[in-house]
Design a protein around this ligand. Structure first.
Ligand code: ATP
Length: 347
């Protein structure tokens, strides 16, 4: 069901943690709340699930105002980083717990549990206790428990944080598959940009209790609203060079860079260059010294300390194109650069 937050604010004592937040998650959509530690992601999720009281604003789920509704009346499924399974109960009883609370008859509950276990591919594990399950299996049990009563919305708070890198990769795809198959509206809280980009239809980036941009992952990567957003997506991250508007373009170090935008002459600007857009063959050349060369298997990662006093990283496929300490004049493509004003807003 569609989730809508209207002018939502939350304080703890005198500290405003979320301020005037507006967010719409369309029915069947999965959205990521992404942002630095402490920006208010979990607080927002807790307000939607009913754990936190809302100070100001309104929350609706499927058009129904749930702002003052107790958590148990909201039909919201939640999965946490710590799976919060009951250690003395089998997986079957853990999954069935929300149904037992509702007084669902045993046979119907078993059918619902089996169906969910089928979807999550954990049928053979149902009689085991959490201690007899791997992290990834416990995670699936937690998901099954959140989904078994067909929640109107699914809230996921760093659900993959406790898994090792490979399992995390598998589970990303799994959670997305199940969310799609059950057509459940979902919100994922994460500070892992790869997770947000690979799993979600849209990303909402938060900064100090405010949403600063909402967009589809590719759109946000290509057209971030600000340096803050640009820095959040991409690994290794985008790097910035000082620039100034001048006749016919931008001055970046000794280079004149063509630019169609406008800014008052000589105002301090910056350009952002992503590592995939910098390398031996780029058209706008900048002199520097190679400071690091790393092999990442399929590709090489370089750091180049530029004479103009900044460091750019480069990702290039294939074998090493330079050695540490080598003087190079590598370049970037001005069509790919991002230009920001003095306040960090993209121009
Ligand atoms: P993280 O990525 O670290 O989980 P987050 O974006 O989820 O961060 P929140 O957990 O929403 O951040 O916390 C936002 C701010 O609110 C933090 O500064 C936190 O210390 C504060 N906060 C959270 N819960 C409470 C509480 N119950 N009482 C007082 N302050 C709180």
């Amino acid at each position: 069901m569609r989730i809508e937050l209207q002018h939502f604010s939350k304080r703890f004592g005198d500290t405003v943690v979320v301020s005037d937040m507006n967010l719409v998650v369309e029915e069947g959509e999965m959205i990521a709340l992404l942002g630095p530690s402490g920006c208010g992601k979990t607080t927002t999720l807790f307000a939607i699930s009913g754990v936190h009281r809302v100070d100001e604003g309104r929350i609706t789920i499927g058009g129904r105002d749930v702002t003052r509704l107790p958590a148990q009346k909201r039909n919201v499924g939640v999965v946490f980083q710590s799976y919060a399974l009951y250690p003395h109960m089998t997986a079957r009883r853990n999954i069935g717990f929300p149904l037992a609370i509702r007084g669902m008859e045993r046979r119907a509950a078993d059918r619902a549990i089996d169906e969910m276990a089928e979807l999550l591919e954990i049928r053979p594990l149902l009689e085991r206790r959490p201690g007899e399950l791997s992290g990834g299996q416990q995670q699936r049990v937690a998901l099954a428990r959140a989904l078994v009563r067909r929640p109107d919305v699914l809230l996921l708070d760093e659900p993959l944080a406790n898994l090792d890198a490979r399992l995390r990769l598998d589970m990303r795809g799994e959670i997305r598959r199940i969310q799609r198959e059950t057509h459940t509206t979902a919100i994922l809280v994460t500070h892992d940009q790869v997770e947000a980009m690979s799993m979600c239809d849209r990303i909402a980036i938060m900064d100090r209790g405010r949403v600063v941009q909402i967009a589809a992952p590719a759109e946000m990567y290509e057209r971030p609203a600000s340096r803050f957003v640009a820095s959040f997506l991409g690994s290794p991250p985008i790097a910035y060079l000082p620039a100034a508007a001048t006749e016919g373009g931008l001055r970046v170090g000794d280079a004149l860079v063509p630019w169609a935008g406008t800014a008052p002459r000589d105002t301090p600007l910056s350009i952002g260059v992503r590592p995939e857009d910098f390398g031996p063959d780029g058209p706008i050349r900048l002199a520097g010294t190679v400071a690091a060369v790393e092999s990442h298997g399929r590709e090489m990662l370089y750091a180049v300390d530029l004479a103009l006093g900044a460091r750019l990283r480069a990702i290039q496929p294939g074998i090493a194109r330079a050695r540490i300490g080598e003087a190079v004049a590598w370049g970037f493509d001005p069509a790919r650069m991002l230009v920001f004003d003095g306040e960090g807003r993209r121009l």
